[in-house]
Design a binder for this molecule. Structure first.
Ligand code: ADP
Length: 318
């Protein structure tokens, strides 16, 4: 899985400063500032419509910011000398000549940068498309198309990769493959910036997170910081006197839900505090269990007010 070429010693950083994009009245990206560091996978996370693709397009010089700026290793994308060799990109909407074979598509792209045939075969092998390299791209499944997109991104052996929802359309084996690939590319010192609306996927792939909602920055933290700060504790309480205890626990900042007659799920109070209230009211508890809220729940809570379209988190359960 390792790429054969040597990386330049360059430590490449992606930087956004006050990046803003308006489409008429709509503010798609609202004053975003962040840095993406080399050597790790950085996840760009947010519900659908949060502004991830627009941000990535601005990083790649495909959309002009209304305000602010974006740079890769200190330069805007359009001022890079050999972009394919510096930044590899996979965007959601790919335009590929469907009549061409995968190999010819890559050869045409390679020719624009003086990249040889051998590198084309290397990347075809790397993404597992060697067997179908002669087939027309028009007949490719979504997953095969994603693999070809990733092959194009890797063609110039770039030190920076910007990938928009790369696991879309991939089967579980493909998802595992891309996770391993991205981690190994990062371990080689590359800068990897990858978007997703799935917290569960990001928690397995990224070690740093930039979270956006409605175009604004919600969090910029390491995965462990995010887990620690966002994962609030809930307590499961089982008692025959659930309704009475529920009334006694009610207070500002406390939420109590119930899915079974004798079960309460409490957030906003510790198990010790709940135990004390129950003891004072002489309510016998059958169970009192603190539980860490899942990352998925934490992400949902964090971006709850920022969800624009439907319920993207339902897909997270797939
Ligand atoms: P994400 O990638 O997080 O799903 P997008 O960047 O695609 O979000 O979209 C952010 C917001 O900007 C959405 O409300 C979307 O409808 C809007 N938007 C994106 N591109 C355009 C465009 N070309 N014209 C008008 N609105 C757009």
């Amino acid at each position: 899985m390792r790429l054969p070429r040597k990386l330049p010693s360059l430590r490449c950083v992606i930087e956004a400063v006050g990046l803003t994009k308006r489409y008429g009245e709509k503010v798609a990206v609202d004053g975003l500032s962040f840095e993406v560091q080399p050597g790790i996978v950085t996840g760009f996370l947010g519900p659908n419509g949060a502004g991830k693709s627009t941000t990535m397009r601005m990083l790649l010089g495909l959309d002009r910011p209304t305000a602010g700026s974006a740079s890769i290793n200190g330069r805007p994308y359009e001022r890079l000398r050999a972009p394919l060799c510096e930044v590899g990109a996979l965007l959601e909407a790919r335009a590929i000549h469907t009549g061409r074979s995968a190999r010819n598509h890559l050869l045409a792209l390679a020719a624009t940068h003086g990249i040889g045939r051998r590198r084309v075969d290397e990347v075809l092998d790397l993404v597992g498309l060697t067997q179908v390299a002669g087939k027309r791209v028009g007949g490719f499944s979504l997953g095969m198309g994603q693999r070809l997109g990733i092959a194009s991104a890797l063609l110039g052996d770039p030190h920076t990769l910007i990938l928009d929802e790369p696991v879309n359309g991939l089967d579980p084996e493909g998802i595992l493959w891309i996770r391993t690939l991205l981690r190994s590319l990062a371990a080689e010192g590359r800068t990897i910036f990858v978007s997703s609306h799935l917290m569960s996927e990001m928690s397995l792939t990224a070690s740093h997170l930039i979270v956006v909602g409605q175009g604004r920055l919600i969090a910029d933290a390491s995965m462990s910081e995010f887990t620690a700060s966002a994962g609030r504790t809930v307590v499961r309480v089982r008692t025959d006197e659930a309704p009475r205890l529920r009334d006694l626990l009610a207070a500002d900042g406390v939420s109590v839900t119930s899915t079974e007659r004798d079960l309460l799920t409490v957030s906003g109070l510790s198990s010790a505090e709940i135990g004390k209230v129950a003891a004072e009211a002489r309510i016998a508890l059958v169970e009192l269990t603190p539980q860490q809220a899942s990352l998925e729940e934490a992400f949902m809570e964090l971006t709850r007010d920022a969800v624009e379209f439907g319920t993207p988190m339902e897909e997270a359960a797939l």
